[in-house]
Design a protein around this ligand. Structure first.
Ligand SMILES: N[C@@H](CCC(=O)N[C@@H](CS)C(=O)NCC(=O)O)C(=O)O
Length: 236
């Protein structure tokens, strides 16, 4: 029975799972759950994930939600996934778990909240909370510094000094890609000082192409739409 992946490509953790499956030749069916249409609230989807969030998977009779747990499952349940994604060496694996545990309350909290309260809220007709955006920027900036000073320290191209990506690289880079939606000023101010982070994003994109850009296309398309609605009319 084919693996089913319930996802919305606008969702950072959904993109990480989709890219991972495509890259590793895992046969799967992508089932769209559109958050903008509140499809995550449907009784059918709640039977798969009672937390009403994407991504989620169904593999035969087995159901699983939470992207990090899904990525870990895929590395072990499907033969042929290269070891570097989630090394069998227990100490290297534990270090990856450590980055993933940190991610949710730091990088994800900062990036997702900042993007919501700067570009997404006005575009979606939601209230834009400046105080929340300012607090999120602090968390985001501090998270980017932590990435550079702790996990991107040294000469490796990936987190933890690696020369090949792990599931942590994929998960965190998909999160940072959400910053593509920001206007140039905000994006430059936040990412500009973090050259190592920028190099790491490029390394991850290169290591996962062509799937990385294919799965992110929906984000690039939304960026075009947001910019078109916020651009000043050109002078006559
Ligand atoms: N910790 C979860 C986060 C899942 C999550 O927050 N998904 C968001 C999209 S990025 C969602 O489904 N939101 C729908 C909602 O909150 O109603 C994971 O890594 O899978």
């Amino acid at each position: 029975m084919t693996l089913k992946v319930y996802a919305d490509r606008m969702s950072q953790p959904s993109r990480a799972v989709l890219i991972f499956c495509k890259l590793n030749g895992i046969e799967f069916e992508e089932i769209k759950v559109e958050i903008s249409k509140r499809q995550q609230l449907s009784p059918e989807f709640q039977a798969i994930n009672p937390l009403k969030k994407v991504p989620a998977i169904v593999d035969g009779r087995f159901k699983l939600f939470e992207s990090h747990a899904i990525l870990m499952y895929l590395t072990t349940a499907f033969p042929g996934v290269p070891d570097h994604w989630y090394p069998t060496d227990y100490s290297r694996r534990a270090k990856i778990n450590s980055v993933l545990s940190w991610h949710h309350l730091n990088l994800r909290r900062g990036a997702a909240t900042f993007v919501l309260h700067t570009v997404l809220a006005p575009f979606l007709g939601l209230p834009q909370k400046q105080q929340a955006a300012a607090e999120a920027e602090k968390i985001l900036t501090s998270s980017l510094s932590t990435l550079e000073e702790v996990w991107l320290k040294g000469n490796g191209r990936f987190l933890l000094g690696g020369f090949q990506p792990s599931i942590a690289d994929l998960s965190l880079v998909c999160e940072i890609m959400q910053l593509e939606l920001l206007d140039e000023g905000d994006r430059g101010r936040i990412l500009g000082p973090h050259e190592k982070v920028q190099r790491w994003i490029e390394s991850t994109r290169n290591a996962t192409k062509p799937h990385f850009d294919e799965v992110h296309n929906v984000l690039y398309e939304l960026r075009r739409k947001i910019r078109a609605t916020t651009e000043l009319p050109s002078k006559m």
